[in-house]
Design a protein around this ligand. Structure first.
Ligand code: ADP
Length: 403
C-alpha cells in the first residue's frame, strides 16, 4: 500500500524539516531535518528504514539548496518512495484572516501567503520560497501542493478574544489582532483526546497545553478553538524557552528611552534572550531544568514563574468555558516529557477538580499517550503531538477530493 504518500515540508527560519508519510496507515516512512543554514556547521540528517544518515556541509546552505538535495540525493535514491508521492503538504506559519482551513495552493493563495508575511517575517517568505522551488523540482506535483496553516484552527475564536484594545482602525485597516499559533498541533491532540475519551469531537471541551520551545495554550469548546494565548505573533502568552510571553508593553519604551537599547536589540532580547533562558541565566532546556530544580535557586524561581503563568491561563480558560471542560491535554516536548511541570501545574488546580496520579505521571513520557489523573479527577491526558501526520492527512484529503 505504498501508492499514496505525501511529502511534508516545514521550512523554518534557519532549518527545514521533511518527511514522507503514508497518511492512511499513519506511518512515517522517511523523516529528516536540515539545520544551521547560515553558519558553517550546516548539516542534514534523515531516517529511513531504521537507518540514520548524516551529511555535513562545509558552507552556508539555503532552503533552495536543501530542497534540491532532498529531491536529487535522497528521494530519487529511494525510488519506491519517490514514485509514490502524490502531493506535497507545506506547513505555513501565518495565514492571516483569510484561511480557516488547509487549502490547495493556487497563484491567489500564494499571493495571500506572501501578504501575510508582515505578521511572520521570519517564516512566511521562506515558506513561499519552498512552494516555488517544489514547483520547479517536482513539476509533476506542482498543482498538488497544499498549505496547512498554524493559524487556521484559531479562526473560530470570537471577536472579544481576538481584538486588542487598541484604536479600532489598527484592526480594521491593518488587521492587528490575535491569530494564535500551533493550531495544527492543538487540533491534532484535541481530536485524539476526544477519541481517547470516547466523546464526540463536536461535543468535546478541553484545554490544550502545547509546551515546547514555543508554548501556547488553547481553550477548545465543542471541538473548536475559542481562545488561545499566542497573539498577533508567537511572542505573546506563556513564558517560553527564550521568548518572554506576556509583559507590560511599557517595558519596551523603558528599554528604548531609558536604557538606550535599539528596537532590534529589544526585539532580540524579548525573542531570544528571555523566557526560561533569561530567568535561569543558564538554559531553556527543561531536561536540565528538571534535574536542577532543587539544586539551583534561579532554576527553581524560573520554573515557578513558568508554572504560575500556565496555571493562570488554565484557570481563566476554565472559567471562560463555564468550567465545563472534559479534559486538560499536555503536549509538545515539555508537555509530553516533563513530569515536574505537569505535577506542579496540576497541584494548583485542585479547586477545578483536577488531581494528578503521581505513579501514572512518572510513567508517561517519550511518546507515550495516556491518563495521568486519579479516579477522582477530571481526565488529564498526555498526547504526543504529530503535526507532520496532520499535515499529510489534510493534504491527502484535499488531493483525494480533487479527483
Ligand atoms: P519546538 O517548539 O522546537 O518544537 P519541542 O516540542 O521539541 O520544541 O520541545 C522542546 C522542549 O522539550 C525543550 O525545552 C526540551 O528541553 C523539552 N524536553 C524534551 N525532552 C524532555 C524530557 N525528557 N524531559 C523534560 N523536558 C524535555
Amino acid at each position: 500500500m505504498l501508492n499514496k504518500l505525501i511529502l511534508v515540508i516545514n521550512c523554518g527560519s534557519s532549518s527545514l524539516k521533511f518527511s514522507v508519510i503514508n497518511p492512511i496507515k499513519k506511518k512515517i516512512l522517511l523523516s529528516g531535518l536540515a539545520e544551521n543554514f547560515y553558519d558553517n556547521s550546516s548539516l542534514i540528517v534523515w531516517n529511513f528504514n531504521k537507518k540514520k544518515n548524516k551529511i555535513k556541509f562545509n558552507n552556508k546552505i539555503t532552503h533552495k539548496f536543501i530542497l534540491n538535495y532532498l529531491v536529487d540525493e535522497i528521494l530519487k535514491k529511494y525510488l519506491l518512495l519517490y514514485n509514490n508521492i502524490i502531493g506535497v503538504g507545506h506547513r505555513i506559519v501565518h495565514g492571516g484572516e483569510k484561511f480557516t482551513n488547509s487549502i490547495l495552493i493556487t497563484d491567489i493563495v500564494l499571493k495571500a501567503i506572501e501578504k501575510a508575511s508582515v505578521f511572520a517575517p521570519l517564516h512566511n517568505p521562506i515558506q513561499v520560497i519552498g512552494i516555488k522551488e517544489i514547483k520547479k523540482i517536482l513539476p509533476h506535483l506542482k498543482s498538488k501542493q497544499i498549505a496547512v496553516f498554524d493559524t487556521a484552527f484559531h479562526q473560530t475564536i470570537p471577536i472579544e478574544s481576538y481584538l486588542y484594545a487598541l484604536p479600532i482602525k489598527f484592526y480594521e485597516k491593518y488587521k492587528i489582532r490575535r491569530y494564535g499559533a500551533h493550531g495544527t498541533s492543538h487540533k491534532y491532540v484535541t481530536k485524539k483526546a476526544a477519541k481517547f475519551l470516547n466523546i464526540k469531537l463536536n461535543n468535546f471541551n478541553c484545554i490544550s497545553c502545547h509546551l515546547g520551545n514555543g508554548s501556547s495554550i488553547t481553550a477548545i469548546n465543542n471541538g473548536k478553538s475559542v481562545d488561545t494565548s499566542m497573539g498577533l505573533t508567537p511572542l505573546e502568552g506563556l513564558v517560553m524557552g527564550t521568548r518572554c510571553g506576556n509583559i507590560d508593553p511599557a517595558i519596551i519604551f523603558y528599554m528604548f528611552n531609558e536604557l538606550n537599547l535599539s528596537i532590534d536589540k529589544i526585539y532580540n532580547i524579548l525573542t531570544k534572550k528571555s523566557g526560561m533562558l533569561g530567568l535561569t541565566n543558564i538554559t531553556s532546556d527543561f531536561r536540565y531544568i528538571e534535574e536542577n530544580y532543587f539544586k539551583n535557586n534561579n532554576i527553581k524561581i524560573a520554573t515557578d514563574v513558568f508554572v504560575h503563568s500556565l496555571t493562570k491561563y488554565i484557570a481563566s480558560y476554565s472559567i471562560l468555558m463555564q468550567n465545563k471542560i472534559h479534559a486538560i491535554i499536555f503536549t509538545g516536548g515539555i508537555g509530553e516529557n516533563s513530569i515536574l511541570i505537569r505535577e506542579k501545574t496540576i497541584k494548583k488546580l485542585k479547586i477545578l477538580n483536577f488531581f494528578i496520579d503521581k505513579k501514572l505521571n512518572n510513567k508517561i513520557k517519550y511518546g507515550k499517550i495516556g491518563l495521568i489523573s486519579t479516579n477522582l479527577s477530571r481526565p488529564i491526558l498526555v498526547i504526543p503531538t504529530n503535526e507532520e501526520l496532520m499535515i499529510s492527512q489534510d493534504t491527502f484529503k484535499i488531493i483525494h477530493n480533487m479527483k
